[in-house]
Design a protein around this ligand. Sequence first.
Ligand code: SF4
Length: 431
Amino acid sequence: MQLAEIENYVTKLLPKVGVNKLRELVRLLYEINKRDHAPLSEILPADKNLTFERAKKILLQKRYPVNFKTARKDQFYLPKLELDSVQQADLTPRPFSPKTIYLETSVKDTPLAQRVRAAFPQADFHQTDGKTQVGSPYFSRRLDTLFIHREKYDFLKPCPCSCGSAGCGYNLVNLGFGCRFECEYCFLQQYQNLHAVLLPANVDEFLAKIDEGKFRKGLFDRPRIGSGEFTDSLVFDDLTQYSAQIVPFFRARAHLQFEFKTKSTNIGGLLRAGGAENVIVSWSVNAAPITDRAEHFTPNLSARLKAACEVARAGYRLGFHFDPVVIYNGYQQDYARTVQEMADTLPHDKIAWISVGTLRFSRELKKQIETRFPHNTILDGEFLLDFDGKMRYSVAQRLEAYQFLVPLLRKTFPKAVVYLCMEDPQVTGQF
Ligand code: SF4
């Protein structure tokens, strides 16, 4: 529904309402209409005694039927609705084929730069000293630009987790920035301000830092180091061939473990590199309606599990991340089906860990999701401002999700470590 139509409707009902109050009512009507597909006149019927306070209460009750009575009023976040069609995600399937490629001078002759030249002969190539501003004004055009660079500073760091959350002791190497998938909840759409794909050509320098590092073990038997914070760990691996360097490096360091986090089936490099017991290849898994409708361009669950079986046969261990768990009518049956498919398909003794985390996002990301994916359903749930300033389901709804999923996973995969990701310590403490 068009924004103007909703504004007109509210102005007709409450002609004297001020700008800020109008903004709140418009947002609530928009969100209810998007979720329920009900006409505006049914959501907020005309009534000559209607006041702003009364209208807002009616709409909050309808928008938050589960949490209206228990949530604090300052947990409802009702910013101005800004839908910019120019920013909408392009969901036309297409191969990764950057139009413009920048090679930083110091890495222009590296094997990665040579592979890039061979893979994209049609692209417009430029050399740069690394200070040139690259990329598109729009996040949705980020795949048009590829930048092969030398990383100088950001090699290795403890996972920042989320402010106030219970950490798991994870350590991160940032091998790349940008992704070719379009997950509707991806935090990069709000976080990435350089709209291009960046791939470092100096993986050897990243690995050298690992030998100097001091790591936390967290809940696990050995420290965990992983890539995949600002990109999918394997989505570009056929091009980058990072796995060819990473796997032998960690195979020789049994006191550490490395995790590739992915949704892809781009496992050729891993299979060629041979397995390693301390290299964990982990897949993000979800209920089928989420993988199929909110994780655009990604392989479906069955394809991910088939790839997992192949890498397990090659000697790797496996990890899985139920993240983000999305709560909707019937979600428990759908997640149980995913667990069952995993149980029927995977070698259970190869699963090292499984994490679980419910959908959460910053306020800014909410606005990005609604403008880039106006037909999304992931925002239809009841999200409230929470302990870390992010938007989350209420504690009661999260507990219900974890109380269902965590015991199911522990029973099905008794040898795997099952843990919660980026949660309130009070919630984590219950599991
Ligand atoms: S796979 Fe990960 S990095 Fe890529 S779009 Fe999805 S959430 Fe973002």
